[in-house]
Design a protein around this ligand. Sequence first.
Ligand code: CTP
Length: 421
Amino acid sequence: MSPTLTGKTIVLGITGGIAAYKAATLCSRLVGLGAEVRVIMTEGATKFIAPLTLQTLSRHPVATDVFDERDASVVQHIDWADAADLVIVAPATANLIGKLAHGIADDMLSTTLLATTAPVLVAPAMNVHMLAHPAVQINLDTLARRGVRFVESGTGQLACGYVGKGRLAEPDEIVSVIVELLAGPRPLAGRRVLITAGGTIERLDPVRYITNDSSGKMGFALAESARGLGADVTLVCARTDGPPPPGVTVVYTESAADMHEAVLARMPTTDFVVKAAAVADYRPAQRQPSKMKKGAERMTLELVRNPDILQAIGDWKARVAGNGPAPFVIGFAAETDDTERHAMDKLKRKRCDLIVANDVSQAGAGFGTDTNIVSVYGEEGLVAALPLQSKRAVADRIWELAIARAERRDGPTDGGKGPGA
Ligand code: CTP
């Protein structure tokens, strides 16, 4: 279920901004996913990056001049406009946005944009004040009302020296939006998925805390995969390494208690729950309001039990049973021995539909790595044993299993009467 753009033709328009160099990465990623990419560069874009770079990456000649008709059998801008499944402009300058909003067609890119009936995606990049200018904002509004979609600019250090909004979105983010718009089946369309990720933080005082080695990578992979399948994803994060994937709603939490509250509050509006977070079982009995000072040679820390969030979800599910559809619940189990027995025990006790167990003592499995080795259990026992593979591939497989089982339980997940519909 890895995303593929095979069979899709994407016209990539590049305009003259410093971020034009990022279009090379974008082009290469799209080609890597199987898309046929046709590149159109404005004259300004060619000042920042050589057409030969894009020609090499896309394996097709780059169009820069509307009058440079090489094939007498077609009119090139009409041919490319018709062939496109999507036109993406990245980076899009204020000038290009203005031209598109006002129907101006004075070069190959603006002409193709007027001639296409394919969806148009625009990734603006410009100086912070240019982006905020009422003229640009009105043009963006006009385009949005016409159905043009945007990959929003990021905030950060801009090439012009300013720090602010205006930076071109990262190529990976643009690719995920394109994949979402174009790629295959979307069995989770309209479904609300809640995923927890990372390790909770249990504070001792304002500067010290107890946590664990969880990186959040498995939860992030599950979120990215679910989003690609069309789900509306909420990611409840504790401490994680690196930023969450784009295109999901992120709720930041710190402790098990915070996460418990954030998750339980969302249960009535959730169709699938995945508890990938490593939740601390205990927290310090006392949280000191100011930094603790050292004293005696020995110190004993008293810990008290945290709420078990997955157990609370299972109990909530049991309470609402019979009064409408219950969410499909996927738990995780990190084990070092007797994996099957512990996993099956957790599945029953916490009323999960699936449990994903990883033997964290194996190399390539568990915390911090980009790979995982897991066994998935359902109420009948082992459902799938997934050998060493990327966390993203594991995530795709988990969703395949979960969707099939949820459909068996509740009917089609997409649009029909899925769980929680
Ligand atoms: N979990 C949870 N809340 C807790 C502890 C665990 O929601 N306070 C969830 C985890 O997110 C995971 C599952 O329960 O989905 C299993 O976590 P794990 O640490 O393997 O198991 P525990 O329930 O803590 O059991 P034990 O300590 O006996 O291994």
